[in-house]
Design a protein around this ligand. Structure first.
Ligand code: FAD
Length: 519
C-alpha cells in the first residue's frame, strides 16, 4: 500500500499491511512464498470494484497487480501477488440463497446463489438441510467456489455431470476494469466463459449460481484391487459407460505399504489386501478402482442390487472387492479424515506438496504410467497417485479450461486425469523421510520432465497448470491462445489480475522473475 499516495485514493477501502496476514504470501504447496504489499479483505463486490477501478484508471501504477485468494490451496503461488495486492475472498458475504424446484424437469432446476469466497463444505452443509446438494465435486471440500471455478473442479462425479464449471448457471464478476458484471451463457457470455477455468486472469468471481440435485441419503462405496493396468482401466471405462447406475468413479495406484495404509484411512471397510510389492529393482505395482452408487430414500434394495450386478461384470483380483455403506456427507467429506490424520502427524501444513496433475488422452495412459515409473521410486514414494477417466463431451470448449486436443490419435471420448499428489517432508534427509531444499527441487525438475515428455509424446495437458515462461503458457494454450489473449485484452487490459500464474507479465523484469521462480 506504499504506492498509494493518499488514503483518499481508495475511499473507505482498508488495505492491510502484509505483516498482519502472512497467509497471503503462502499456499498449500509450500514451495513459493512471495509477499504482497497489501491485503484487501472485501466486505462486498463494491470494495473489489473500487480497488480495480482505481488501479485500471491509474496506468502510472504500472507495477501494482492484484490476485484473488480463496482458500490458498494452490501449489505454485497462483494466488500470490508479489508486491501487489491480495484480495482475500473469504471475507466476502457468506450468505446463500436457495431456489428449490421439486420434481425438476427440462429447464427447471434447483440452484444456490453463493458468494465466491464460500467453501464447498459450507454450501454442502447448508444445502443438505434442504435435501439438496451440488452435482459435481472436488475430492476435498475446504476450497472456495471462486477458486475451483477458476480451474475446473473435478472428482469422481465429473464423468457423469462434467466438471464444476459445467454446473454453473450464472456468475457475478468484477472485471480487471473494475466493472461488476452479471454473466451467464445467455448474457455477457464471453465473460462467463472466460472466467470459468480462467485461472483468475479476467475477473474476480464474487457470486455464483450453482446447480443442485436431490441429495441421496446414503452411498455404497466400493473399492476393488488390480495387478494389471489394462484390467484396471477397462473396468473404470465399464463404470463410466453406465452413468444411470454409477454415481462416482475414481482410482489410484498402490505403490507401497504406506500408500495402501494412507488410502484406507477414510474407507471404513476392513480391507484384507497385503500384496507382494516386489523388490526395489523389480517392483510390483497395484491399482484400485473406486466407485459409488447413491441410495435415495426407499430405494436402498435397488441400489444394493445395482452394486452387485456391476461387481459381477468387473475383472479385479480374486476376492479383492470391498464395499461399505456411508452417509452422503461422510462420503463427500472423506479427505477431511485424511487431513485430520496428517495434521496430527505434522504432515499437512508443514510439508511441501510438489503436485502434478495431467489430463492424458486415453491412448497415452500406459505410456504415462511408464514415464511416471521412470521418474518415481515406488518404495519411497510418499503421497497418492490418482488415475480416473473423464468424458470429453462433458467439457464446454467455450470456457477457458485446457484439455488435450482431440485428433486422429486422441479422438476417443474418454480421457484420463492423473494426479501425482506427493508430500515432501522438509526434515533432514538422514531420517530417511526428509526432503531438503535440493531434494524438493529435484522432485520439481522430475515433474517438469514428466510433464514435458507427456505433452510432447502423448498430447497430455497439465490441469491446475504451472509453466515457467509466457512462451510455455502459449504452448500450453495452443490453438486457444489467441482467444485467451483477446479475452485478457478486453477484460483486464492493464494485466492487473492473476500475476502469480505468470501468463501475462507486465514488464520484462516480471517475466524474468517468473522464469527464475519457475526453473
Ligand atoms: C487437498 C487438496 C485437494 C484437492 N482436490 C482437488 C480435486 O479433487 N479436484 C480439483 O479439481 N482440484 C482439487 N484441488 C485443487 C484446487 O481445486 C485448486 O487448488 C483450487 O484453486 C483451490 O481453491 P482455493 O479456494 O484454495 O483457490 P486459491 O488457491 O486461493 O486460488 C486459485 C486460483 O484461483 C484464483 N481465484 C481464487 N478465487 C477466485 C475468485 N473468486 N475469482 C477469480 N479467481 C479466483 C486465484 O487467483 C488463483 O489463481 C485440491 C487441492 C488440495 C490442496
Amino acid at each position: 500500500y506504499k504506492f498509494i499516495q493518499s488514503p483518499m485514493d481508495l475511499g473507505p477501502l482498508n488495505l492491510l499491511p502484509t505483516t498482519s496476514t502472512a497467509a497471503a504470501s503462502s499456499d498449500f504447496g509450500r514451495i513459493l512464498f512471495r509477499a504482497p504489499a497489501a491485503v484487501l479483505r472485501p466486505q462486498s463486490p463494491r470494495d473489489i470494484s473500487m480497488l480495480l477501478s482505481f488501479l485500471s484508471g491509474s496506468p502510472s501504477l504500472s507495477r501494482v497487480t492484484v490476485a484473488a485468494r480463496g482458500a490458498g490451496h494452490s501449489i505454485h503461488g497462483q494466488a500470490q501477488a508479489p508486491d501487489g495486492i491480495v484480495v482475500e475472498t473469504r471475507s466476502l458475504p457468506g450468505e446463500m440463497e436457495f431456489h428449490h424446484v421439486r420434481g425438476g424437469g427440462e429447464g427447471r432446476a434447483s440452484y444456490a446463489d453463493v458468494g465466491g469466497g464460500v467453501l464447498w463444505i459450507e454450501l454442502l452443509e447448508r444445502s443438505l438441510k434442504l435435501g439438496l446438494a451440488p452435482r459435481s465435486w472436488t475430492d476435498y471440500l475446504y476450497l472456495t467456489v471462486g477458486g475451483t471455478l477458476s480451474n475446473a473442479g473435478i472428482s469422481g462425479q465429473t464423468f457423469k455431470h462434467g466438471p464444476q464449471i459445467s454446473n454453473v448457471l450464472q456468475l457475478e464478476v468484477v472485471t480487471g476494469r473494475g466493472e461488476i458484471v452479471e454473466c451467464s451463457p445467455s448474457k455477457e457470455a464471453d465473460l462467463f466463459n472466460a472466467v470459468l477455468g480462467g485461472l483468475g486472469q479476467f475477473g474476480i468471481i464474487t457470486r455464483a449460481r450453482i446447480l443442485l440435485q436431490e441429495a441421496p441419503e446414503k452411498v455404497t462405496w466400493v473399492r476393488a484391487f488390480y495387478d494389471d493396468l489394462g484390467a484396471f482401466t477397462r473396468d473404470q471405462e465399464l463404470l463410466v459407460s453406465i452413468p444411470d447406475s454409477v454415481d462416482y468413479v475414481e482410482g489410484f495406484m498402490v505403490l507401497n505399504e504406506r500408500s495402501l495404509h494412507s488410502s484406507s484411512i477414510a474407507f471404513p471397510a476392513s480391507v484384507d489386501f497385503s500384496p507382494d510389492f516386489g523388490t526395489r529393482s523389480s517392483p510390483r505395482i497395484y491399482y484400485c478402482v473406486e466407485f459409488a452408487v447413491h441410495h435415495h430414500h426407499g430405494y436402498q434394495k435397488q441400489s444394493q442390487a445395482a452394486v452387485e450386478a456391476i461387481s459381477r461384470r468387473m475383472s479385479h483380483m480374486a476376492s479383492q472387492l470391498y464395499s461399505v455403506e456411508v452417509s452422503y456427507l461422510d462420503f463427500l467429506n472423506r479427505v477431511r479424515m485424511e487431513e485430520v490424520s496428517l495434521r496430527s502427524a505434522g504432515m499437512w501444513e508443514e510439508v511441501h506438496h510438489p503436485w502434478l496433475n495431467m489430463f492424458v488422452p486415453k491412448p497415452g495412459v500406459a505410456g504415462f504410467r511408464d514415464l511416471l515409473m521412470d521418474n518415481v521410486s515406488p518404495d519411497s514414494f510418499q503421497g497418492l497417485i490418482l488415475i480416473y477417466p473423464l468424458l470429453r463431451d462433458k467439457w464446454d470448449t467455450n470456457t477457458s479450461v485446457v484439455i488435450p486436443d482431440s485428433g486422429p490419435t486422441a479422438d476417443d471420448p474418454v480421457m484420463y486425469v492423473v494426479g501425482i499428489l506427493r508430500s515432501a517432508n522438509p526434515g533432514p534427509e538422514e531420517d530417511g523421510d526428509g526432503c531438503s531444499h535440493r531434494c524438493l527441487h529435484e522432485l520439481l525438475r522430475s515433474h517438469r520432465r514428466i510433464a514435458d515428455a507427456a505433452e510432447a509424446r502423448l498430447g497430455a495437458k497439465q490441469y491446475l497448470p504451472h509453466h515457467p515462461t509466457p512462451a510455455r503458457w502459449q504452448q500450453h494454450l495452443g490453438r486457444r491462445w489467441e482467444r485467451f489473449a483477446d479475452r485478457k485484452a478486453r477484460f483486464d487490459p492493464l494485466r492487473i489480475l492473476g500475476p502469480g500464474q505468470g501468463i501475462f507479465p507486465r514488464t520484462a523484469q516480471d517475466a524474468a522473475a517468473a522464469a527464475a521462480y519457475g526453473s
